[in-house]
Design a protein. Structure first.
Ligand code: NAP
Length: 247
């Protein structure tokens, strides 16, 4: 089977590690990014240096037209998009709920929830046009959906809770068609996202209090995504892998 995957937010962190790992396992990869073309291009170059196939594509996942165009471009380049990783996500500065304004919350929902939703929709529409082929989606949620992220970003936690509901509902809609939909819930992972939350060293601060007493790496998350997309996980759908060091 020709394995073609779109990894949203593939330019850095978990998305970059996932793009690299999937390419090493034979996937042709669309490395989606929003603003950082240089970093996305670096990921593509690393993949190509290792003999893999990839291209970088700029699209705001919250914009349905841009997402549709990304699916068309990927299909033209590599063939039917057989797999999808909804990884793009944002958060803002740590704040109590009372200090979060509505505009910020809407922005978080737009990228994290609407983004996941329109990518899933485009993926299914494309499969409908091509005729059903077995495929799989992995949604990158967060342990925050369970924990609620109090005093940090309840808006972000809520967006991940919504993503989990999409994962569950869509998995049931697609189960009879051989298309699996699962989620991963990372905990504290070493990426640049924490700087966006105003605390670049957040993982080091929290690590001593985690059951495993350390933060996780993007590569550890990527391994679980690889497995969930693969035929090794052929009877797994509507499931979530916790990657939070026991938290
Ligand atoms: P990151 O380093 O901040 O990277 C985020 C990625 O998303 C970037 O590639 C960024 O692209 C892209 N992106 C942001 N807004 C976008 C948009 N509107 N359209 C398309 N792409 C967009 O994040 P990360 O830490 O690797 O996190 C990846 C995922 O894991 C997120 O969904 C996050 O919520 C989840 N997660 C992370 C942690 C953690 O501890 N790091 C824990 C739990 C869950 P540009 O750079 O080009 O703008």
């Amino acid at each position: 089977m020709n394995k073609v995957v779109i990894v949203t937010g593939g330019s850095r962190g978990i998305g970059a590690a996932t793009s690299l790992l999937l390419a090493q396992h034979g996937y042709a990869v669309c490395v989606n990014f929003h603003s950082n073309v240089q970093q996305a291009q670096k990921v593509v170059e690393s993949i190509e240096e290792q003999g893999g196939k990839a291209f970088a594509y700029q699209a705001d996942v919250s914009d349905e037209k841009q997402v549709q165009a990304m699916f068309v471009a990927t299909r033209q380049r590599f063939g039917t998009v057989s797999h999808l990783v909804n990884n793009a996500g944002i958060l803002f500065t740590q704040s109590e709920l009372k200090d979060i304004d509505v505009e910020r919350f809407k922005q978080v929902l737009d990228t994290n929830v609407i983004g996941c939703f329109v990518c899933c929709k485009s993926y299914i529409n494309q499969l409908d046009e091509e005729g059903a082929i077995p495929g799989a989606i992995v949604n990158v949620s967060s342990a925050a959906s369970r924990i609620g992220a109090p005093f940090e970003y309840v808006d972000y936690a809520a967006s991940k809770g919504a993503m989990d509901s999409i994962t569950k509902g869509l998995s049931l809609e697609l189960a009879g068609r051989g298309i699996r939909v699962n989620g991963v819930r990372p905990g504290c992972i070493y990426t640049e996202m924490h700087a966006d939350g105003g605390e670049p060293n957040r993982v080091d601060r929290l690590a001593p209090n985690l059951p495993m007493q350390r933060g996780g790496t993007p590569e550890e998350v990527a391994q679980s995504i690889l497995w969930l997309l693969s035929e090794e996980a052929s009877y797994v759908t509507g499931s979530f892998i916790e990657l939070a060091g026991g938290r």
